[in-house]
Design a protein around this ligand. Structure first.
Ligand SMILES: Cc1ncc(COP(=O)(O)O)c(C=O)c1O
Length: 360
């Protein structure tokens, strides 16, 4: 079997060019006679890899100098705990709950302090982003937390919440590097890399320096302190070296594509093809508030579970993989991250049209 169109929500499609390059370098990285997997993280070849990766993501996201970039093990979920453990000075935080991952983060934070739900869209199965222009932000909140793109439901904040001066903390796992961001608007941005950036198991954390503190929650393990990773340049212990290497290659690929503005344009074009069709289809519907639609995760249903299941099965046979919606919501989900070519989206829409004709 050759390459398929992989619509998985994560781990997800990576640029073919990156995978081919990694394959070529598998046995002998850059004349070193070994794979990056076999290499000491304290020696020059890897030092160069991690330094270039940091420099490239700084350039792509225009990260100001007073922010640190940290490569941390444990995926995105570890950050659900690290954030409150490190950022709660007053022991108070406000969360906006727009999906399961925001809810998990909220629940985890409750272990470490007083946590308020500022707003939630759970009343309508997380199908929209609440109005966040004038929320009752707690006076003593150490931060306001959001999940910027909700992978399971297919919603995204188009405007950041008004945090009334409190640091904004955002989980960008499923919209990482998909469009330009103004980093200065956030106290901390983080994402698991397994969707838009690289192999699973690592998070990239971009944190404003004044939020890196020594006085963290009592008993916080050394490995869960941002300070540990910031002071050691993400090399306190053996880092997820191979993951950093692949992320670095994806950063170079993104630069070659024209950076994040070009990516945004491409992602908008891809998503439009799918949403335009969903809007005119008589079989498939998007269940998400129109103005909150994600460019990365497009969810849809036929209204019949049996038909949904048949669609997923027949799509797979046609080389369009992993279109089943999250187990908690059912239906379908097409994740169309940076590395999904426009041809993949066109092939999906062509298949949906054919399916509609046959089943209406
Ligand atoms: C928005 C979001 N946050 C967090 C996670 C959890 O990531 P991880 O499995 O790396 O802990 C995911 C994905 O699975 C996600 O989509």
């Amino acid at each position: 079997m050759g390459r398929v169109y992989n619509f998985s929500a994560g781990p997800a499609v990576l640029p073919e060019e990156v995978l081919k390059e990694a394959a070529q370098e598998m046995l002998d990285y850059n004349g070193s006679g070994m794979s990056v997997m076999e290499m000491s993280h304290r020696q020059k070849p890897f030092q160069e890899i991690i330094e270039a990766a940091e420099a490239d993501i700084r350039e792509l996201m225009k990260i100001p100098d007073n922010y640190k970039v940290l490569f941390i093990q444990g995926g995105a979920s570890t950050q659900f705990a690290m954030i409150p453990m490190n950022l709660m000075k007053n022991g108070v935080a406000d969360y906006i709950v727009t999906g399961q991952f925001a809810k998990k983060a909220y629940k985890e934070a409750q272990k470490y302090g007083k946590v308020n739900v500022l707003a939630s869209s759970e009343d309508q199965t997380f199908s929209y982003i609440p109005d966040c222009t004038n929320l009752p932000v707690s006076e003593d909140a150490d931060y306001v937390y959001i999940c910027e793109n909700n992978t399971i439901y297919g919603t995204k904040y188009k405007k950041l919440p008004n945090t009334k001066g409190k640091p904004l903390v955002a989980d960008v796992s499923s919209c990482f590097l998909s469009e330009p961001v103004d980093v200065s608007k956030y106290g901390l941005i983080y994402g698991g890399v397994q969707k838009n950036v690289g192999p699973a198991g690592m998070a990239i954390v971009i944190i404003r320096e004044d939020l890196i503190r020594e006085e963290v929650y009592p008993g916080t393990p050394t490995m869960l302190m941002y300070k540990t990773h910031a002071d050691a340049g993400s090399l306190y212990n053996t880092p997820p070296a191979y993951s950093i290497y692949i992320c670095g290659k994806v950063f170079k690929w993104l630069k070659k594509q024209g950076g994040l503005s070009a990516m945004k344009e491409y992602n908008e074009k891809k998503a439009k093809i799918l949403y335009d069709y969903l809007d005119e289809s008589r079989l498939f519907q998007s269940g998400v508030n129109k103005k909150d639609r994600s460019l990365m995760n497009v969810t849809f249903v036929t209204g019949s579970e049996e038909l949904d299941a048949r669609f997923v099965k027949e799509a797979k046979e046609a080389g369009l993989l992993s279109l089943k919606g999250h187990r908690s919501v059912g239906g379908m989900r097409a994740s169309i991250y940076n590395a999904m070519p426009i041809e993949g989206v066109e092939a999906l829409v062509a298949f949906m049209k054919k399916f509609e004709k046959e089943n209406l």
